[in-house]
Design a protein around this ligand. Structure first.
Ligand SMILES: C[S@@+](CC[C@H](N)C(=O)[O-])C[C@H]1O[C@@H](n2cnc3c(N)ncnc32)[C@H](O)[C@@H]1O
Length: 355
């Protein structure tokens, strides 16, 4: 187990975020200058100064992207889906669900948590989880409400977690992967979930209290400014979150900082396999639904390399086409994205190892 995953943990647990209305700088972050007038972090090409598309992935301004994402997941955490344009939980604008086509249709499937049953006694989220790679035993093992059906893979299945390890989940949602990881690392290990949506963190903490899990904690924060100490984490996991970030290279730099030398990254996320039409790239709902902000395999490889990771492997899953196709009623997201397993390692020396 790593020595110290939690310096400042108590005070950092609700470290304010750096965008929107919030104040900067969780302790332990390598980047104290995280605020940029409310936009969060904007990746800029150091030579041209222009905004990098690979960083946001979308056609949205970074602040708009972060706002769209936070609104959507706040809506899901509080019991409904949320459009990003003032629509209500039903996809309508009047509380009746009557104008469903726009927001409702473009927010289905992954990242939506919609539906109520899977046709075999479980919830729709249970069915989604099994579809993306969880076993029925895993689905049944967590408290009701922890699995919201928001993932696009099963990062725990590739993380090889061991007893005593410290795991960090980027964008932990209601805590599904954290609770599963907690079983693997056992009482001698621990799991930290980080999420920027206060309503999600509240839900996750309530789920932890309900299930009386002692080795998991949830911290409010942005994955671009992780509220954990340098070198304190054995394994970084994440499920369908990094595609949502408007500053993806910084997420990988932060994951690298947080990992101990030799630590590993085990992520499930979507990758872009074809150009996304510009109207979709600029659609907040499509971005927040894990479609329009995704980076390509090449872009992700280069972000991992630039952050210092070695042994990177990014494997798009051919069989993900079937469930990706169901994420939207209006168009077929599988034309543009696939779910993938993303793995990499921080060199044992901490830096400078030749790939
Ligand atoms: C698609 S959901 C996935 C939740 C969880 N990983 C799961 O599989 O159930 C995305 C989650 O990531 C969080 N999130 C998105 N972007 C984030 C960021 N930049 N920093 C922290 N959390 C973020 C959202 O608030 C939301 O809870």
């Amino acid at each position: 187990m790593s020595e110290d995953a939690s310096p400042g943990a108590a005070s950092d647990a609700d470290a304010p975020c750096c965008s929107d209305d919030r104040e900067p700088a969780p302790t332990g972050s390598s980047d104290e200058a995280c605020c940029d007038g409310g936009a969060g972090v904007t990746e800029r090409d150091s030579t041209t100064g222009s905004k990098s598309d690979a960083a946001t992935g979308s056609g949205l301004d970074p602040a708009a992207q972060r706002r769209a994402v936070r609104e959507r997941y706040a809506g899901i955490a509080t019991g409904g889906d949320a459009g990003t344009d003032g629509t209500d939980a039903t996809g309508g604008t009047d509380g009746t669900g009557s104008s469903t086509a726009a927001a409702g249709a473009s927010t289905g499937g992954c990242c939506s948590g919609e539906g109520t049953d899977d046709g075999c006694g479980g919830t729709a989220a249970d069915g989604t989880a099994r579809q993306v790679g969880y076993t029925a035993e895993e689905v049944d093992a967590v408290a009701d409400g922890a699995n919201l059906g928001l993932g696009c893979g099963n990062p725990g299945a590739i993380a090889d977690l061991e007893a005593g390890e410290v795991a960090l989940d980027l964008g932990s949602g209601a805590g599904f992967d954290c609770f599963l990881a907690a079983r693997e690392v056992g009482e001698s290990g621990s799991v930290i979930g980080v999420d920027m949506t206060p309503e999600m963190v509240e839900t996750a903490r309530a789920n932890a209290a309900d299930s009386d899990v002692g080795n998991v904690e949830f911290r409010l924060g942005e994955i671009e400014h992780l509220p954990v100490a340098d070198g304190s984490i054995d394994v970084v996991i994440s499920n369908c979150v990094i595609n949502l970030s408007p500053a993806k290279p910084q997420v990988f730099r932060e994951a690298f900082r947080a990992l101990r030398p030799g630590g590993r990254l085990a992520v499930s996320d979507v990758v872009r396999t074809a150009e996304v039409p510009s109207d979709l790239r600029a659609d907040p709902d499509s971005v927040a639904a894990c479609v329009a902000g995704a980076a390509t395999v090449d872009e992700l490889e280069s972000m991992l390399r630039d952050a210092g990771f070695v042994d990177a492997s990014i494997e798009p899953k051919a069989d993900s086409e079937a469930f990706v196709r169901e994420w939207d009623d209006d168009h077929d997201p599988s034309e543009f994205v696939r779910s993938a397993s993303i793995e990499a390692r921080k060199p044992d020396t901490g830096a400078g190892e030749e790939p």
